[in-house]
Write a protein that binds this ligand. Structure first.
Ligand code: GAP
Length: 488
């Protein structure tokens, strides 16, 4: 089984220290969540698994950690200033704000109107009840809303007017809405310092920020989130093949780490919905809402793979000229093209971009790991069957008698001896049944019990989270045994 709904995970996450609502003592912030002791381990393990896969297990990808705040010109030439918009509408009665594209999509589904037929806002909003206050048809006109989060750097600079008469200041800056642009502007730096020939990729993990109109559904849509992005540079003409390669690779990665194929759905994004730079986009959807009756509404985007063509590298380059001979980008000081020695050709590589959210991946892994099992006494227990590589705690060392100093001391010393290489905890705050249940619920793959016998035979009992089977292992062999089983 998987989690029956996101709420089950929200409650487990709060109860067991994975994720807490942020700023709760001040009434919360709606869209922000804090990762607790187990949540931060889980996020780190997801990121580490991805980084290992990208950088250590392959030979063609370099890592990068670029700034969150970049020169504002980056966002001008990437197209974000002009096009990173959501259409929004407000309810005139209660002032609640909604994304117009979502309302339009629901209207299309309900009335079976295909995408190629235009629908007017009056049609979508005319009879629509506000989800917040229930009033009908009292809406503003849909309008554009740029979802980049703006900030100011240093002491406030003088405000000037741009070409279109809009006020701006030299100090204006944005928190990045994607990590990708930091990669594009460093393409030549990385390629030349690492002496790379295409095809090769640059991978980056980091925070991104979007002023989402309607954040919600726990960590699925927040204004601050983390991305794991790969920009894979190929020769034009080899982009379609590389695209398919990364689709298959990501399917393999997610399913190997625990996502069930039946909960994944590949969604080919049609031209009208695609970002302006994309030749093809394929989104991976995950069944985040299994409780919804209509199966088409059960899925939401987990990650996306886009063929960004040569858009970004040429947009940030000083060289390409417009038809009238003027530079497309008069501000850039660099040409981000690539010179191919073998053919003596210079060109802008095409880019295949798999872009995955850390938080959405964490939520999907938690949902598919969730299971319930009934013990001999008829009690139902939650077991989080996380892949061992993702589990926050790998082993729990539990003394069978907490009032026996020799047993407690042996258990604590085993925990300390494992800890440098295996994340382990010691727990004696309950009976053994309770301690097992606690570890099952947080996904700890192994419980190690130290008993009276251990003092004599220098062995411990290792219990498997998923089968509840137990095995007696010599203490001297324990670390090797766990290392081996954790890698399976
Ligand atoms: N560079 C391409 C890009 O950013 P995107 O589809 O806008 O593409 C990629 O974002 C991924 O980032 C999404 O598939 C999702 O996993 C994650 N993501 C985007 N917006 C998010 C949000 N508001 N909250 C949580 N994750 C988000």
């Amino acid at each position: 089984m998987s989690a029956p709904n996101i709420e089950t995970i929200v409650s487990l996450a709060k109860r067991r220290g994975f994720v807490f609502p942020s700023s709760e003592i001040y009434g919360g912030l709606g869209s922000a969540w804090d990762y607790g002791p187990l949540g931060v381990e889980l996020c780190n393990n997801v990121k580490q698994a991805w980084w290992r896969w990208m950088i250590y297990e392959r030979d063609d990808i370099e890592g990068l950690d670029s700034s969150i705040i970049l020169n504002a010109l980056v966002w001008k030439y990437s197209g974000h200033v002009a096009t990173f918009n959501d259409m929004l509408v407000d309810c005139l009665a209660c002032k609640a704000r909604f994304r117009y594209d979502k309302l339009e999509q629901d209207y299309r589904v309900e009335n079976k109107i295909p995408r190629n037929i235009l629908v007017a806002p009056e049609g979508v909003l005319g009879d629509l009840e506000c989800e917040n206050c229930g009033k009908k048809g009292r809406w503003t006109k849909p309008r554009q809303f740029n979802t980049m989060l703006k900030t100011q750097l240093g002491a406030t600079a003088e405000v000037e007017l741009d070409d279109e008469g809009n006020p701006y200041s030299q100090a204006d800056a944005y928190l990045r809405p994607e990590t990708a642009q930091g990669i594009f502007i460093n393409f030549v730096n990385v390629q030349q310092t690492m002496r790379r020939k295409i095809p090769f990729g640059i991978a980056q993990i980091g925070k991104a920020f979007r002023n989402e109109v309607t954040p919600g559904n726990f960590i699925l849509r927040t204004r601050e989130f983390e991305q794991m992005e790969l920009e894979y540079f190929v020769k034009p003409g080899q982009d379609d093949e590389a695209f398919q390669y990364w689709v298959d690779a990501y399917l393999g990665w997610y399913t190997k780490l625990g996502l069930k194929s039946e909960n994944l759905d590949l969604h080919e994004v049609d031209e009208k919905e695609r970002a302006h730079y994309s030749k093809r986009t394929l989104d991976f959807y995950y069944r985040f809402f299994p409780e919804r009756e209509d199966e088409s509404k059960q899925f939401e985007e987990l990650m996306g793979i886009a063929n960004r063509t040569d858009f970004d590298l040429s947009a940030h380059s000083k060289n390409p000229l417009r038809d009238d001979g003027k530079r497309i980008n008069p501000d850039s000081t660099e040409d981000l093209s690539y010179f191919e020695e073998a053919t003596k050709q210079r060109f802008y590589p095409y880019v295949i971009e798999p872009s995955a959210g850390v938080n959405r991946s964490v939520l999907a892994f938690l949902m598919d790991a969730y299971s319930e099992k009934t013990n001999d006494k008829g009690e139902t227990r939650v077991i989080l069957k996380l892949d061992p590589a993702l589990a926050p705690i790998k082993a729990a060392i539990l003394p069978l008698a907490k009032n026996k100093p020799e047993i407690v001391s042996l258990a604590k010393s085993i925990k300390l001896s494992l800890q440098p290489s295996i994340r382990a905890v010691y727990d004696d705050t309950g009976g053994i049944g309770k301690l097992y249940a606690r570890q099952d619920e947080i996904g700890t793959p192994f419980c190690v019990t130290v008993d009276h016998q251990s003092l004599e035979d220098e062995a411990v009992t290792v219990r498997d989270r998923d089968t509840w089977e137990q095995e007696r292992i010599k203490i001297t062999e324990l670390e090797g045994y766990l290392q081996k089983r954790l890698k399976t």
